[in-house]
Design a protein around this ligand. Structure first.
Ligand SMILES: *[C@@H]1O[C@H](CO)[C@@H](O)[C@H](O)[C@H]1NC(C)=O
Ligand SMILES: *[C@@H]1O[C@H](CO)[C@@H](O)[C@H](O)[C@H]1NC(C)=O
Ligand SMILES: *[C@@H]1O[C@H](CO)[C@@H](O)[C@H](O)[C@H]1NC(C)=O
Length: 640
């Protein structure tokens, strides 16, 4: 706790930047972080570690890294400049990436997306990264219109390498560009960039068993190398400490049982080194979390292998061909930033354009047709509000029960009372919402009321936090007690995410109603609690969610236009994806999408005249707010 307080309590006086005209995006983000009281080195580290996108991401990074033992380590990140294809050739390369993985399994080329390496990895101090990005921008500007196009590529094969080589004379021109960038970077950012001296190429496969050579070569011959391609100059960085580590992705949550264990949160990445592997006991590995910087032991079967570039940070992408494509690519990357975590630039299976299709489409927002005649049916899906165990930690219960086991709040954000306290309520597995969680929900309800959006039916996951959220939304809409919540176990989240070997013992609808929550005690669920299985597969979860959503829509057909589902972050995707006629993402992509959904995240899916459902703009604004950390005047102000 002491370390946590530290980061917030040090107020660094704001330093005015000496050179105002240089104070572009990065700089102003830094100013905001300094004003918020973050120390200069940490603020910079947070900005470069998140690609300098915005203050929110940098703040999130700082909050999740409060206990990172390397937070104040001055070691800079490592950067690399690539040419990255986009357009028709990129589609062919993505296809090759996908097919080669499917037919022959992963080889080393799959660790990184298709690219041409222009320089060796180089270090750049955090304070110079903004200038480095500027150096790339201005070099590309000088080369715009002069860059060779198309790049003549030739297939080359050896016993354990397949690649496309750039024709030599053209390669010399590319090297000249890399050299110009190195010179510009040396002047502007004071870094040593070493342009790639060897033959320039796109690696297609390497380090594969020789038995796979024939099939890989056949696939490679299928690539139409003459297809048009806009080569983009892209800058990426990685954490140099983990350059030779293996990158793993967390699949399932794990709560540490011992001091030396690492907490696992699905979607996070873990770095492990082969050396550290050796010294641990069977089934356990030692690793460091990307999202917290903490290290510890973790169960091997909770993680799966990821690609190295999954954890890389993207610092900019520039097109050579005209200002227009460049603007487009900037816009694209901005859209990407908005929708994907920076760790999500997963090109092992998909290229740029397919990321947009595969990952971003479900969150894509389409305009409401303002000329629609009859009101259309709309399904709203909403995540629950802030939960007690997330704010006060997994031992929150011990902070709010007295010696006699009675509930006593020890913080203003704990509700004055909990529904159905006493008895054997399973609060450990079924946490309630905080006071702020209730405010979040009421705010959304009030916004819906203000927009004159009526809700005709409310369906809800059996989790207490969801029922409470639904109740507070109804309160905000002044409909509590008038509209009854239908508690539907089929809306519970992916049971694989439940820790332990059994599902929570949810409070029954009768118990919820007894606690004055606006619950319909006569509702007959489509999927009863007994039909839910612990540790269900991803496919089972997705089809269960789709089925129950369709059943709900059928229930309400011709009885009302607007249906609200209050459930989990995963429900926004699980209840709308197949409804729109789209195929579900794979589990990995799904986790990436779910991570982006905040408390009270809301989406709206509208039935079209054709009977198809489509995501549209919700009628209310999104809800964003800052975190507020714990504070003890005694520890902070009364220091010896
Ligand atoms: C409700 O929201 C929609 C979409 O933002 C807007 O077009 C409409 O005018 C709003 N209605 C009211 C009554 O505010
Ligand atoms: C919203 O509903 C109220 C009450 O039904 C009505 O008086 C008001 O005109 C509506 N506002 C809009 C903008 O439709
Ligand atoms: C529920 O509401 C009734 C009537 O307002 C009240 O008497 C009762 O104490 C409430 N029960 C709980 C558990 O809050």
């Amino acid at each position: 706790m002491a370390a946590k307080e530290d980061i917030y309590s040090k107020i660094i006086p704001r330093r005015l930047r000496p050179n105002r005209q240089n104070a572009v995006k990065h700089g102003s983000h830094l100013d905001v972080l300094l004003l918020m009281g973050f120390p200069h080195n940490r603020a910079l580290k947070a900005l470069v570690s998140t690609g300098g996108r915005n203050v929110q991401l940098a703040c999130d990074w700082l909050f999740s890294h409060v206990d990172d033992p390397f937070l104040d380590d001055p070691l800079p990140r490592e950067y690399v400049l690539y040419l990255r294809p986009s357009g028709p050739l990129q589609n062919q390369l993505s296809h090759f990436w996908q097919q080669s993985r499917l037919t022959c399994g992963k080889n080393k080329a799959h660790n990184i997306f298709p690219h041409i390496t222009l320089c060796q990895f180089f270090m750049c101090a955090d304070s110079k990264v903004e200038a480095l990005c500027g150096a790339l921008q201005s070099t590309v500007n000088q080369w715009r219109g002069r860059f060779p196009s198309p790049l003549p590529l030739e297939l080359y094969t050896s016993s354990n390498f397949i690649g496309l080589f750039v024709e030599e004379q053209i390669a010399e021109t590319l090297k000249k560009f890399a050299f110009d960038f190195a010179a510009e970077a040396a002047t502007k950012a004071d870094v040593q960039v070493e342009p790639h001296k060897k033959q320039l190429h796109v690696t297609l496969a390497y380090n594969f068993p020789s038995s796979h050579l024939a099939s890989l070569e056949k696939l490679a011959r299928g690539i139409e190398v003459k297809l048009s391609c806009d080569w983009l100059a892209v800058l990426f960085s990685r954490d140099v400490r983990f350059a030779n580590h293996e990158t793993l992705k967390v699949m399932y949550p794990y709560i540490p049982q011992n001091e030396d264990e690492l907490e696992l949160v699905p979607g996070d990445f873990i770095f492990t080194s082969p050396v550290e592997h050796m010294s641990t006991s069977e089934g356990w590995v030692y690793g460091t979390s990307l999202s917290t910087g903490l290290s510890g032991l973790l169960p091997e079967n909770y993680v799966s292998r990821a690609d190295e570039c999954d954890t890389w940070v993207f610092h900019g992408s520039h097109s050579f061909f005209s200002a227009l494509p460049s603007e487009k690519s900037n816009k694209e990357s901005r859209t990407l930033d908005g929708l994907l975590s920076i760790q999500c630039l997963d090109n092992s299976k998909a290229g740029d354009s397919s990321i947009m299709n595969v990952v971003c489409q479900p969150m894509q927002v389409l305009r409401v047709n303002s000329h629609s005649q009859s009101p259309k049916r709309t399904l709203f899906v909403c995540r629950h509000g802030e939960r007690m165990d997330v704010v006060f930690g997994k031992h929150w219960l011990s902070q709010c029960s007295d010696a006699k086991g009675r509930y006593v709040r020890s913080n203003l954000n704990m509700p004055p009372s909990l529904p159905a306290w006493g008895g054997n309520r399973d609060y450990d597995m079924d946490a309630p919402i905080t006071v702020f969680g209730a405010i979040q929900a009421r705010t959304v309800g009030e916004a819906l009321l203000e927009n004159n959006t009526t809700i005709d039916f409310v369906y809800c996951s059996p989790s207490l936090r969801c029922v409470q959220t639904a109740h507070e939304i109804l309160k905000g809409m002044k409909r509590e007690g008038k509209l009854r919540i239908r508690v539907e176990p089929g809306l519970f989240e992916w049971t694989k995410w439940v820790s332990g070997n059994s599902l929570p013992a949810w409070i029954s609808p009768i118990g919820l109603a007894a606690a004055n929550l606006s619950v319909d005690t006569t509702y007959k669920p489509h999927i009863s609690i007994t039909k839910l299985n612990v540790s269900e597969s991803y496919d089972t979860y997705m089809s269960r969610s789709y089925r129950v959503t369709k059943d709900i829509l059928a229930d309400c057909k011709n009885k009302g236009n607007n249906i609200l589902i209050v459930a989990h972050a995963s429900s926004l995707e699980a209840c709308t994806r197949q409804l729109q006629g789209l195929t579900p993402h794979n589990a990995k992509e799904f986790v990436q999408v779910v991570r982006k959904i905040p408390y009270l995240g809301l989406c709206a899916c509208e039935e079209q005249d054709t009977g198809a459902w489509q995501l549209v703009d919700p009628p209310i604004l999104p809800l964003t707010h800052g975190p507020n950390h714990s504070f003890s005047w005694r520890e902070t102000l009364q220091q010896e």
